[in-house]
Design a binder for this molecule. Structure first.
Ligand SMILES: C[S@@+](CC[C@H](N)C(=O)[O-])C[C@H]1O[C@@H](n2cnc3c(N)ncnc32)[C@H](O)[C@@H]1O
Length: 362
């Protein structure tokens, strides 16, 4: 179903200025209350407000309150926020979706977007309270907000089943928002065996295996995650071509016999020294002509954007492990050089997420 509201839509969101634009008081106030703007998005997402307006465009305030079973004041708060932020448009008392939501909701990316909202709310939000202290001490102070004894977020997920399911649902969705471009740009025609280091629930291993019928993939994961990975591989029907090794990619040797080693959403977690160490292990394990693939978000070499890379870096600085961020292309390339690689190419993807890939050849 498509909405029929096609009046000229007011440009509600100018947003905080990007690098190079002069910040004014309005932009500064957007940043001041940025956390509250996110809470309106999260509430609308949890209450399925946008789906309601997609199915029934033009509802009025009372009808929305009744459909969502919200009290009058609660409806007033919610509509004040989502309308002033541009997430809904109001005309003569009737509410409609802006074009960006009308176009997104009928696609598979809508659930992926909502999974990302849930991850920001349930996993990321609290740990960010320790961002300043994490900068001061150059370590992930926010991990103290996640109950458990594991040495990093990943080793604590199994101690927090709700967080674990929110995390892996998000991780699958975040990968799927960009991995069709990975499949498109990574030519695996001559590759026989790919090692997916820290491959999560195998979302990228499955996408690459499906696009390359002659390819075998091994996912290298921590023991606690292995059952999740194996379940998703079996559900996708690929247990014959995708296997899982449980281990620690820092402490254990890399298995031999692979002509491609992939780090997907991996080298954003660790320090640059740790990244170089991982890339050196990959270099040593690869044959001449073998390749390393770095697939994740990238910041620009000037160190001033894009803004999503900057905002996502708060999480990586404050929460999962001692030190990470959305590094620049040049920083990854420096690690590759230090690990022994001399030849690499960078490909940035045409997505709203700042994803890209670096492919290095030994
Ligand atoms: C950010 S997730 C990325 C998952 C997947 N590559 C993706 O792109 O969807 C990082 C993954 O690395 C795994 N991991 C963390 N430390 C690890 C280690 N020392 N050895 C192996 N895997 C590890 C985590 O369990 C987690 O599944």
């Amino acid at each position: 179903m498509t909405a029929t509201f096609d009046k000229t839509e007011p440009l509600a969101f100018d947003g905080p200025p990007a690098a190079g634009r002069e910040l004014d008081m309005e932009g500064l106030s957007w940043i001041l209350f940025g956390h509250a703007a996110f809470q309106y998005l999260n509430a609308a997402s949890e209450l399925d407000l946008f789906e309601l307006l997609y199915d029934k465009p033009g509802l009025n305030r009372a009808e929305i309150g009744a459909e969502l079973q919200l009290a009058e004041r609660a409806t007033d708060v919610l509509l004040l926020g989502v309308t002033s932020l541009g997430m809904l448009l109001q005309h003569d008392g009737q509410y409609h979706l802006p074009a960006v939501l009308r176009e997104l909701i009928p696609t598979d990316d809508w659930q992926r977007f909502k999974d990302t909202v849930a991850f920001e709310q349930h996993v990321v939000y609290e740990g960010q309270l320790d961002f300043a202290e994490s900068l001061r001490t150059n370590t992930n102070v926010g991990l103290r907000r996640i109950p458990g004894t594991g040495r990093d977020l990943y080793h604590r997920l199994t101690e927090n089943p709700h967080l674990e399911s929110v995390f892996y649902r998000y991780m699958r969705s975040w990968s799927e928002l960009a991995n069709q471009h990975l499949v498109e740009h990574l030519d695996l025609g001559n590759t026989k065996k790919l090692l997916d280091c820290g491959g999560g629930d195998a979302v990228n291993a499955i996408a690459l295996a499906e696009a390359n019928p002659a390819l075998d993939v091994t996912v290298f994961e921590i023991p606690a995650t292995k059952p999740i990975t194996e379940k998703e591989i079996a559900l996708a029907g690929h247990s014959d071509r995708i296997s899982v090794i449980a281990g620690d990619m820092f402490a254990d040797p890399f298995p031999a016999g692979f002509d491609c080693v992939m780090f997907a959403h991996q080298l954003v977690i660790w320090t640059l020294d740790e990244n170089t160490q991982l890339l050196r292990k990959a270099y040593d394990a690869l044959p001449e002509g073998g390749r390393v693939v770095i697939f994740n978000s990238m910041s620009n070499d000037e160190g001033d954007g894009p803004v999503v890379a900057a905002l996502d870096s708060v999480y990586f600085a404050a929460l999962p492990a001692e030190g990470g961020m959305i590094y620049s292309w040049a920083q990854h390339e420096r690690c590759l050089r230090d690990a022994g690689f001399t030849s690499f190419e960078r490909i940035s993807f045409p997505t709203w997420t700042p994803h890209g890939v670096i492919i290095a050849t030994k």
